[in-house]
Write a protein that binds this ligand. Structure first.
Ligand code: SAH
Ligand code: SF4
Ligand code: F3S
Length: 446
C-alpha cells in the first residue's frame, strides 16, 4: 500500500504544540507518516490559534497558500483544528471554501473517525462539541527518536475569564487529569529516554480543584520527582493569584523542579488589573516575587505583559514600566492588546490607537532588553548545570544546553555529551544566550 503523508502546522502556544503531537500520534496509527514537505502531503492539518487577531490572520494567509495545492491535487484533504477552529466552527467552511473538516479543542480523539469519513464520503465535516469528560488530554504521543523533553498535559480549559482573553470560551471549563494517569504517562516517557517534562495547563496552580482534597499541584510535582529517569520538571502557566506558599517552597524542596517560573503579570496598574479581572493587586504580585526570590535566590522569573488595554492611561502605562524596573524580569513576552469578540474587554470604552500601542510596546521591549542583558551578565562566572540538548545553532563545533533557569548556553563539547546533564562555567553573556565552558572534573557527568 502507498504511504500516506500528513503535514501538520501549529500556531499558538505550547499547549497547541502538544495537541499537534497527539494528533500526529493518532494519525500515525491510521497509517499517516508525518512529513515536512507540504507538496508530499495527502492530509494537511493546521492547528490554529485565536489569542490575538494577528494569530488568526496568520492562519488565513497560510490557508490561502495551501488552497493552491488543492487546485493541483483535488484528492488532498485539508482540516483545521485548535482554537480558531473552535471559535469559527461551521463559519470556517464558508470563509475558506477548500476546507474538508473543522474540529474543535475537545475533539482531538475523534480525528481518525473524521478523516476516515472525509475520505469515504468527501463531505464537509464540523465537530466542535464540548464534552464533559476530558477525552483528548490523555492521548499518548510517543517521543520522537532522541528527544529529551516532553510535554504532559495535566489539565484543560480555564475558569478565569480574564477580560481580554478568549481561551475560556475556546478550551472550555477547567478540568484536571487524575494524578495516576499523569504519573503513568511520565513513567512511559522516562522509559523512552525522556529526562525533562513540562507540565501544561492554562493555570496549573489550580490543578486538582475538581479532583478532591488529596490532589494539588505541589503534591503532583513531588510524585513526579520520584519517577526514575526524570531529571527535570517544568510547568506552564501559573496564575499569580493561585500561586501558593506551598508551591513557592517547592522550589527549594524538590531538587528536580527547575528554577524558573513564568508568572504573567499583564500590567503594573491596580486599576487595569481589576478591569482585566486578574484577581490580584500589584502589591500581592510583588510579595510573591519577593517570596520566590527569598526561597530560591537563583530562580528566573519571566512574564507576559499587555500594553494598550482599553482605558490604559499614560499613568497606568508608567506604572507598568516602574513595576518592571522594580522586579527586573529575566525576560517577558509583551503584546499589544487585541480585541476579541465575545470577551468582556470588547465592551470597554477608551480603545487605544494602534500607533500609540506600538509606541508603548516598543519602549517597554527596549527596557526589557536592558534588564534581560543585565540579568544574563549577573550569571558570568557562575556554575550552571545544563541539560545538553544538541548541536548549537551558531557553530558546528559547539553544543547547546539549557540551564535550570531556561537560558540557552553554547559551549565547546563532544557530541557524545548530548542528552547528559553537565556543569559549565558561564564565560560571556548576550541578550538571547550565554557562552559557557565545561568544567573538567571527575563526577561532572551522569
Ligand atoms: N493561561 C495563560 C496564558 C494565556 S495566553 C495565562 O493566563 O498566563 C498568553 C498571553 O497572551 C497572556 O498571558 C496575555 O498576556 C496574552 N493575551 C491574551 N489575550 C490577549 C489579547 N486579547 N490581546 C493581547 N494579548 C493577549
Ligand atoms: Fe486567558 Fe486568563 Fe485563562 Fe490565562 S488565566 S487563559 S489569560 S482567561
Ligand atoms: Fe492560542 Fe488557544 Fe493557545 S488561543 S494561545 S492556541 S490556548
Amino acid at each position: 500500500m502507498k504511504n500516506k503523508y500528513l503535514y501538520i502546522q501549529t500556531f499558538g502556544c505550547q499547549m497547541n504544540v502538544h495537541d499537534s503531537e497527539q494528533m500526529a500520534a493518532l494519525l500515525a496509527d491510521c497509517g499517516y507518516k508525518t512529513t515536512n514537505n507540504l507538496k508530499l502531503a495527502d492530509l494537511i492539518l493546521l492547528n490554529t490559534c485565536s489569542i490575538r487577531e494577528k494569530a488568526a490572520q496568520k492562519v488565513y494567509s497560510e490557508l490561502g497558500r495551501i488552497g493552491l495545492l488543492k487546485e493541483q491535487n483535488p484528492e488532498l484533504i485539508i482540516g483545521v483544528g485548535g482554537c480558531l477552529a473552535q471559535h469559527l466552527g461551521n463559519k470556517f467552511h464558508k470563509r475558506v471554501r477548500h476546507l474538508d473538516f473543522v474540529f474543535g479543542t475537545h475533539n482531538i480523539h475523534r480525528l481518525p473517525e473524521i478523516v476516515a469519513a472525509v475520505r469515504k464520503k468527501r463531505e464537509k465535516i464540523t465537530q466542535i462539541d464540548f464534552h464533559k469528560v476530558a477525552n483528548s488530554i490523555g492521548i499518548y504521543a510517543p517521543p520522537v527518536n532522541g528527544a529529551l523533553s516532553a510535554f504532559v498535559t495535566i489539565m484543560q480549559g480555564c475558569n478565569n475569564f480574564c477580560a481580554y482573553c478568549v481561551v475560556p470560551y475556546l478550551r472550555g471549563p477547567e478540568m484536571s487529569r487524575p494524578p495516576g494517569e499523569i504519573i503513568e504517562e511520565i513513567k512511559k516517557l522516562a522509559d523512552q529516554g525522556i529526562k525533562e517534562v513540562t507540565l501544561l495547563g492554562q493555570n496549573v496552580n489550580s490543578y486538582g480543584k475538581n479532583l478532591g482534597k488529596s490532589s494539588n499541584f505541589t503534591a503532583l510535582i513531588k510524585k513526579i520527582g520520584k519517577v526514575s529517569g526524570i531529571e527535570r520538571i517544568r510547568f506552564t502557566t501559573s496564575h499569580p493569584r493561585d500561586l501558593s506558599e506551598e508551591l513557592i517552597n517547592c522550589f527549594n524542596e524538590e531538587e528536580k523542579l527547575c528554577k524558573h517560573i513564568h508568572l504573567p503579570v499583564q500590567s503594573g496598574s491596580n486599576r487595569l488589573l481589576a478591569l482585566m479581572n486578574r484577581g490580584y493587586s500589584i502589591e500581592n504580585y510583588l510579595t510573591k516575587v519577593d517570596r520566590l526570590r527569598t526561597v530560591c535566590p537563583q530562580i528566573s522569573i519571566t512574564s507576559d505583559i499587555i500594553v494598550g488595554f482599553p482605558g490604559e492611561t499614560g499613568n497606568d502605562y508608567q506604572e507598568t514600566i516602574d513595576m518592571m524596573e522594580k522586579i527586573r524580569f529575566d525576560s517577558t513576552f509583551s503584546f499589544k492588546y487585541s480585541e476579541r469578540k465575545g470577551t468582556a474587554a470588547e465592551k470597554l470604552e477608551g480603545k487605544i490607537q494602534e500607533c500609540e500601542k506600538q509606541r508603548r510596546l516598543k519602549f517597554l521591549q527596549d527596557q526589557q532588553d536592558k534588564h534581560t542583558l543585565q540579568k544574563n551578565m549577573e550569571l558570568e562566572g557562575s556554575r550552571q548545570e545544563l541539560l545538553i540538548e544538541g548541536k548549537s545553532k551558531n557553530s558546528e563545533n559547539d553544543l547547546m544546553g539549557r540551564t535550570s533557569s531556561w537560558k540557552i548556553v553554547n559551549f565547546k563539547g563532544e557530541r557524545e555529551l548530548i542528552g547528559k546533564l553537565m556543569d559549565v562555567i558561564i564565560t560571556k553573556s548576550y541578550l538571547h544566550s550565554l557562552r559557557g565552558k565545561l568544567i573538567e572534573e571527575a563526577g561532572n557527568a551522569n
